[in-house]
Design a protein around this ligand. Structure first.
Ligand SMILES: Nc1ncnc2c1ncn2[C@@H]1O[C@H](COP(=O)(O)OP(=O)(O)OP(=O)(O)O)[C@@H](O)[C@H]1O
Length: 197
């Protein structure tokens, strides 16, 4: 194996895994961090990416719309959860592997930001496959989330995909992203941490 191939296999240097409930601001914060670090070095891995890709293909939907923070995502969320749970039953790491293939197949980036871990099995899979993992929980109160468009939906907000990490305790950072909080201190902290890896 060539030196370059070995170096590639050693990437990423760090994996920042984010979790949090709907509309807590995962995309907002991970997008901001990604912008600061730059796409030459850093990539966002969305575990929901391959699920949405499959859904867009089978239902003839626009993938971009499904990936963005709009109505279409909400309309299809429950069905996508149900479909993906079935796949996951047989293979816990399936969507983790598919998401890596989708966003950084060649392991060409130093920094991975996994924007949407939802289960203990997601974290366990990354822990068992990659070193230098940092775990971040984003929180926001219900009032703030409602202002951002969240409403409780049975079968979504009480499902494993939304609740499995509620009792997880091993976070490296817990970040409050409420209406009047300033998330820039945290964003700066991550950007500085990246410089140390
Ligand atoms: N700190 C913030 N300041 C201003 N707007 C924010 C902040 N955090 C989140 N938002 C806004 O709130 C809305 C929901 O945030 P976002 O899409 O990041 O949530 P999410 O956790 O990724 O939600 P989902 O789980 O549904 O994908 C977006 O319109 C986003 O721009």
């Amino acid at each position: 194996m060539s030196g370059a191939a070995v170096a590639e296999r050693q990437r990423p240097k760090a994996v920042y895994v984010f979790s949090g409930k709907r509309k807590c601001g995962k995309d907002y914060i991970t997008d901001a961090i990604h912008k600061r670090i730059g796409s030459e070095k850093c990539v966002i891995i969305r575990l929901s990416g391959p699920i949405k890709k499959h859904w867009a293909q089978t239902k003839s939907l626009q993938l971009d719309e499904l990936l963005s923070d709009g109505e279409m995502k909400e309309q299809h969320r429950k069905s996508m959860i149900e479909w993906s749970e079935n796949v996951r039953t047989n293979d816990n790491g399936y969507f983790c592997r598919m998401a890596i293939d989708m966003y950084d197949q060649n392991h060409s980036k130093d920094i991975w930001i996994v924007s949407d871990a939802r289960r203990k099995t997601d974290i366990a899979w990354f822990k068992s496959n990659y070193n230098n993992l940092k775990l971040i929980r984003i929180t926001a109160d219900e009032c703030t989330r409602k202002e951002r468009g969240w409403n409780f939906i049975q079968g979504v907000d009480d499902a494993t995909s939304e609740c499995d990490l509620d009792d997880y305790l091993e976070w490296d950072w817990i970040v409050e992203n409420n209406k009047f909080n300033d998330c820039n201190d945290f964003i700066n902290e991550i950007v500085n941490h990246v410089l140390t890896v």
